[in-house]
Design a protein around this ligand. Sequence first.
Ligand code: ADP
Ligand code: MG
Length: 336
Amino acid sequence: MFAVAGEGLGTRVVLEELSRTYSDGTGLLPTDLVIEPGEFVSVLGPSGCGKSTLLRLLAGLDRPQQGRIRLGDEVVCDVGRGEFVPPRRRRLGMVFQDLALWPHLTVAANVGFPLRVTGVARAEAGQRVAEALARVELAAAAEKMPHQLSGGQQQRVAIARALVARPSLLLMDEPLSALDAALREQLRTEIRSLTTELGLTTVFVTHDQAEAMSMSDRIVVMRAGRVLQHGSPEELYHRPTDLFVAEFVGTFNPLPSGGGVRAEAVRVLGETPAAPDEVTLSGTVRSSVFTGGAYQLRCAVDGVDRLWTVPDRRAHAAGTELRLAVRADDVFTPAA
Ligand code: ADP
Ligand code: MG
């Protein structure tokens, strides 16, 4: 289920036939998508596939050539009818990878900036800034200057700034890409808790499949301006409908008998027979690398080298002939 606990502010997002292409034909091709209130949706795909284009259209920073956008009950963009609601009236917050803070303003002034623009009274604004900073655990940094904060803290200030106007939709475009790995993982968890707590609908753009997997209710996979597949992280991982999706979200090992499986879907049979719901393979071990919880096994199956992840207790020597079993349930057949 979607996160509807919190304050229940999340808005429903509906895109209908939305498109924005550039002169070279790239951008966003006509796209339909529904995002439920409180849902955390990642838009995942390689660089240049149209993720930011989609987000900018949602934000109202760019205009589509075709289609409609609904936020809750309101149509905020309808090309056919010439309707267009500007960004500041869409009740959304935005965080970008490089949305720099104003260096000459304090943290509090940075966070309060969107309220000044819309003319919220000073006392009310002060209270909301304090609230937003508390949400990202930076209450103590209110009077600091941005350069006095770490990269992760600065990004949290940007998040507080996105939240200060109490949006019902949060848009984030690769907000963690500039941070180091440890901080990125910590902020994944923090962002997810925050949006759940607030009941916010969130659209999170990333090219990092692990990030999308670990944060999302649903992942929308894009390639070359199109949505290829959307579904829960588990659906995408276990039932990719498309070869590109299969390869983008994990390792895809085609089987000689047709279909494919994930690297960890195999078990080493030894002398025991396979279960009735299993398919067997035979392979020759090329190498076996211990990675802590498992071995990464390079195995030739039908003359083609494949990488498998097996949670065995000991290495399999190079040259060993192995019988491997895969559950029929784990086999999927993506379209090429
Ligand atoms: P992503 O965010 O997935 O990396 P973008 O949405 O930024 O991709 O870009 C999608 C495609 O549209 C790219 O091929 C890019 O070069 C092109 N594009 C984006 N913005 C513009 C623009 N303002 N003018 C021309 N082409 C653009
Ligand atoms: Mg982008």
